[in-house]
Write a protein that binds this ligand. Structure first.
Ligand code: IFM
Length: 441
């Protein structure tokens, strides 16, 4: 990887520079002002659910410290901020009577962002399903599409006068795969039939939410956010190549193909058929304005009968590739290629809604490896743009060190260091680097 140096890649004036976060990972205050429990609260309360017994409190206490966090964003010089709305804050049981205090929190946040000249990009779902809806069957229940559409309509009515960028969900493939194939993420159920139903119903929920948002906020630019990491076989053995092709459908293509091309990729299509009703694909494939890409690194896969309920397992990583502190391969050229491939396949403007560098533990504000990683990925994005990729914006994951799901507070992705005991925020070297990059545009 080349060193970051001082010369910054430059981008058009209207290129959007931002950071991303999500509600459960930063807000804390899980029991305050009428918020209901989410499936991640339930998992965290279970013995051994999250590393170190960590929970959604205190996270970054963003629920109270949002003015400080907006000040940090302003200091960074951001154009936009992608956050997610906590469904259980607005609708404590997932449906029924809205919670005015939850709505008021996002009103304050959105108004604060607009006053600071930062565009709010709201994602409606970043994995914190209300536990009340899980109790009714969660995403494998077909009614979940309607529950989500009603919640989307509420968000549109409350915030659509000021928010004009909406994403329906973040990383459909990841939260369904972790929950229903690996049994690792909430609600922690490992069962392939449930996984297939969850895939189809989150796709239906997406389509229904797009319709609700369009009807209520006609001038909104609406997208969905996908995790796309090139799937590579561990070896050239036929079974590993086939395993990587299947993994590619489950992780990368199952959702955007359904939403943008109106069909499932072939291997999934055969399995999901029992759950698809007449007219469903048209309900899912509603016109969209942009493609949200979360990209970190290529993934290596090998065949393993029965592995992860699908017949594959994580493969060995090539020795030759450098890795992040948490062992993710560093390969900026894979990012460049992904941007070109997505432009060709889906023909939508792409916003990179996540890219970042994770560190296992013990990191302070001195993070030169994160700076090198981000600099190399931004350069690769510039190259992809020159080669024809329609990429219009870039959001670093993440503004703050935060709750990293199953790893709890042990893994840090922030540009800004958070001391979780005192809640002191300290911009890292990477924050200074990102600020200078934005200034140089
Ligand atoms: O923290 C997560 C985020 O919630 C979804 N995308 C990947 C990030 C890093 O693991």
């Amino acid at each position: 990887m080349k060193k970051s140096g001082q010369a910054f890649a430059t981008f058009p004036k209207d290129f959007v520079w931002g950071v991303s976060t999500s509600s459960f990972q930063i807000e804390g205050a899980t029991q305050e002002d009428g918020r209901g429990p989410s499936i991640w609260d339930t998992l965290a309360a279970r013995q051994g659910g999250i590393a170190n017994g960590d929970r959604g409190d205190p996270a970054c206490d963003h629920y109270h410290r949002w003015p400080d966090d907006i000040a940090l964003m302003r200091w960074l010089g951001l154009d936009a901020y992608r956050f997610s709305i906590a469904w259980p804050r607005l609708l404590p049981r997932g449906r029924g009577a809205p919670n005015p205090a939850g709505i008021a929190f996002y009103d304050r946040l959105i108004d604060g962002l607009l006053e600071a000249g930062i565009e709010p990009w709201a994602c409606l779902y970043h994995w914190d399903l209300p536990q009340g809806l899980q109790d009714l069957g969660g995403w494998p229940h077909r009614d979940s599409a309607g529950w989500f559409a009603d919640y989307a309509a509420l968000c549109a009515k409350c915030f659509g006068d000021r928010v004009k960028r909406f994403a329906t969900m973040n990383e459909f493939s990841v939260f369904t795969f972790f929950a229903y194939a690996l049994g690792w993420g909430a609600p922690n159920i490992s069962n392939q039939a449930e996984h297939l139903k969850a895939i189809h119903h989150t796709n239906l929920a997406h389509g229904a939410a797009v319709d609700a948002l369009r009807a209520l906020v006609p001038d909104a630019a609406i997208g969905a956010i996908h995790s796309v990491q090139p799937a590579r076989p561990q070896s050239q053995a036929a079974e590993d190549v086939e395993a990587a092709a299947l993994f590619d459908e489950v992780w990368n293509k199952g959702f955007p193909d359904a939403q943008l091309l109106a069909h499932y990729p072939p291997r999934i299509a055969r399995l999901i058929e029992p759950y698809v009703r007449a007219g469903d694909m048209a309900r899912i494939a509603r016109p969209l304005d942009w493609f949200g890409l979360n990209h970190y690194s290529p993934m290596y896969v090998r065949a393993e009968p029965g592995g992860m309920r699908w017949g594959f397992e994580w493969g060995a990583l090539p020795e030759s590739l450098p890795k992040t502190d948490i062992g993710w391969p560093i390969d900026p050229d894979a990012f460049r290629q992904t941007l070109l491939d997505l432009t060709a396949r889906y023909r939508l403007p792409i916003y990179v809604t996540e890219n970042g560098y994770g560190v296992g533990s013990g990191e302070g504000a001195d993070d030169p490896r994160r700076v090198d990683y981000l600099a190399a990925y931004v350069r690769a994005m510039r190259q992809a743009k020159r080669q024809g990729a329609d990429v219009r914006g870039y959001f670093v994951w993440s503004l703050l060190d935060n709750f990293e799901w199953g790893a709890g507070y042990g893994t840090r992705f922030g540009l800004v260091h958070v001391d979780f005991k005192t809640q002191k925020r300290t911009p890292k070297k990477s924050a200074h680097w990102y600020r200078a990059l934005i200034k140089a545009q």
